[in-house]
Design a protein around this ligand. Structure first.
Ligand code: ACO
Length: 331
């Protein structure tokens, strides 16, 4: 297919200052640094400050991304904010980010695909560029998971953190760098295994929903674990096969950072080397839609990527949703 490729022309990220180690949890509940590290690979995570919401973190990651590119906010055509923890139901977080960064010529919307938010958003944003309609699209992955986790449930609260990552998409200059292909899926039969039952039209907020803790993340961790490994591996293999790219040619594969054991199982199945595996879970835990863009940004900033490198980002999350995006680095 003859089309304009969309390439990532800049990356940005933001993590709140407050650092919370595993030992902090051990002070208030029956858990330990050892259990959390062994079962998840997480050592610490960041918590947003009081009153610091998804639009605030998103705006900071967006400005970091635009500043690095030397692009002014009023040059941005569209903003896609991938999140399951919007500031509020409406207006969308994208509108709030548009205002906060002064992107006076942009329109935008929120995209809800939980942990797969960023890969869904990246493939959506890429098509705005590929169509030829837009020249600068911001894709932001951000979640304030501390706003929806039950801090009395040791099986979920230790897993998550807050953060934001952003990328700028522009038309590829050389036609080589950019999004090569993607494959996305969803299967709503996964609903019961990972969800937040109340707050929406099915169970509007009431004293009862609050008393029953229905505004928190509920999950069947073992089932999520199993499907995360299966689907992220399968979709990654399919995408590489379809594009006739052997795994040895990949510079970096960034799986969604939910649990190091999930990541290592995928890595073993795909036969990735240590050098090829993108990781940042130890420092930030699972930041839902922010894991992949922040990890990509860190590798970029550390000088570990060079133009021409092949990269794949793969994710799995509530829905179930899952997918992989394959791209060639261009900065
Ligand atoms: N500290 C100490 N013990 C704990 C903790 C904790 N923080 N959490 C659970 N346990 C206990 C359980 O109560 C259980 O005790 P029991 O045997 O007395 O009942 C025991 O540890 C084993 O529990 P399991 O659930 O079997 O532990 P498992 O090894 O499956 O690990 C975990 C649990 C970490 C949640 C794992 O299943 C997991 O990571 N699943 C994936 C879930 C996930 O990542 N969700 C994020 C959103 S989706 C996504 O991003 C892909």
């Amino acid at each position: 297919m003859d089309r304009t490729r969309a390439y990532i022309s800049s990356t940005g990220m933001y993590f709140p200052e407050k650092r919370v180690t595993n030992n902090e949890f051990a002070k208030t509940m029956d858990t330990s640094d050892e259990w959390i590290r062994e079962r998840t690979g997480i050592a610490e995570r960041r918590f947003s400050a009081e009153g610091e919401a998804t639009s605030d973190m998103s705006a900071k990651a967006a400005m970091d991304c635009l500043d690095r590119a030397g692009v002014s906010p009023d040059e941005v055509d569209a903003i896609v904010v991938c999140t399951v923890t919007p500031d509020m139901f409406f207006p969308s977080t994208a509108c709030l980010v548009q205002r906060k960064i002064g992107a006076s010529n942009a329109w935008g919307f929120d995209l809800s695909a939980a942990c797969s938010g960023f890969v869904f958003g990246l493939s959506t944003g890429a098509q705005f560029i590929e169509s030829g309609r837009y020249k600068k699209v911001l894709v932001i992955g951000c979640d304030t998971m501390t706003s929806i986790v039950d801090f009395s449930d040791r099986a979920t609260c230790v897993l998550f953190g807050d953060g934001a990552g952003a990328v700028l998409l522009e038309p590829s200059k050389d036609g080589e760098a950019g999004i090569i292909d993607f494959e996305m899926h969803c299967d709503g039969t996964g609903e019961e295994f990972l969800y937040m039952p109340a707050g929406g039209s099915l169970n509007p907020p009431s004293h009862e929903t609050v008393d029953k803790k229905m505004h928190y993340v509920q999950q069947d961790g073992r089932t999520v674990f199993k499907f995360a490994v299966k689907y992220m591996t399968e979709v990654s293999e399919q995408l590489l096969k379809k594009n006739q790219i052997p795994i040895e040619d990949m510079r970096l594969v960034i799986p969604h950072q939910a649990n190091l054991r999930i990541i290592n199982s995928i890595s073993d199945r795909l036969k990735l080397t240590e050098e090829q595996l993108g990781l940042n879970i130890e420092k930030y835990a699972n930041t839902t839609a922010a894991t992949i863009p922040t990890c990509l940004c860190e590798y970029h900033r550390a000088g570990k990527l060079k133009p021409g490198d092949l990269i794949m980002a793969s994710s799995f999350g509530a829905g179930f949703t899952w997918g992989s995006v394959l791209f060639r680095w261009g900065i």
